[in-house]
Design a binder for this molecule. Structure first.
Ligand SMILES: [Zn+2]
Length: 158
C-alpha cells in the first residue's frame, strides 16, 4: 500500500521544503556575515591608518606585557597592521611576524576563494578553523615562548 505524500513521522503537517528553497536563505546569511566582517575590517583598517597605535591612548595595551614584561603572541599586532596599511610589510613583520603572516595568508585565502567559487571548502574557513583549534593555539603559544626566549646560550656555540 502506497503512503500518501507528507506523511513522514512527526512532520505530517509540515509543508514540503526542498533544498533549493533553503539555499538562498543560507546564502543571504553568509553574505550578511561577510558584509559585517568586511565593514569591521575596513573600519579597523581606517582607524589603524589614521592613528598610530603606539602613541594613541585609546588603543588597548597588552595586560600580560604590562604585568610581566613578556610579549604575548599578539603583542605588536596593532602596530604591525598600522605598518601594513601604510605600505611597510617588512616593518610589520619585524613588529609581529605571526600577525603579518596571518594577514598575508588571509588575503591569499580570500583571493583564492574568490577565484575558485565552486570549491565546497573555502580556504578562509579552513584558516579560521586552524586559528581556533588546539593546533593553532599550540602554534601561537610556541611563537609566544620563542619571542620571549633568550638565545644568549647559543653564543657559546659560535
Ligand atoms: Zn601582548
Amino acid at each position: 500500500m502506497a503512503q500518501p505524500p507528507f506523511t513522514m513521522g512527526r512532520l505530517d503537517c509540515a509543508p514540503a521544503v526542498n533544498s533549493a528553497m533553503i539555499a538562498p536563505q543560507r546564502l543571504m546569511a553568509l553574505h550578511r556575515q561577510h558584509a559585517t566582517a568586511l565593514w569591521v575590517t575596513l573600519t579597523a583598517a581606517a582607524l589603524l591608518f589614521a592613528f598610530e597605535p603606539a602613541s594613541t591612548w585609546w588603543f588597548p595595551s597588552c595586560p600580560l606585557r604590562g604585568l610581566t614584561g613578556w610579549l604575548c603572541p599578539l603583542c605588536g599586532s596593532l602596530r604591525a597592521i598600522h605598518a601594513i596599511v601604510h605600505g611597510s610589510p617588512l616593518l610589520a613583520f619585524w613588529l609581529n611576524p605571526l600577525t603579518t603572516v596571518g594577514i598575508a595568508a588571509a588575503l591569499f585565502a580570500c583571493v583564492y576563494d574568490a577565484a575558485h567559487p565552486s570549491h565546497t571548502t573555502r580556504l578562509i574557513d579552513r584558516g579560521f578553523a586552524l586559528c581556533f583549534s588546539a593546533r593553532g593555539l599550540v602554534l601561537a603559544a610556541l611563537f609566544g615562548v620563542m619571542r620571549n626566549a633568550s638565545f644568549d646560550w647559543l653564543a657559546g656555540l659560535h
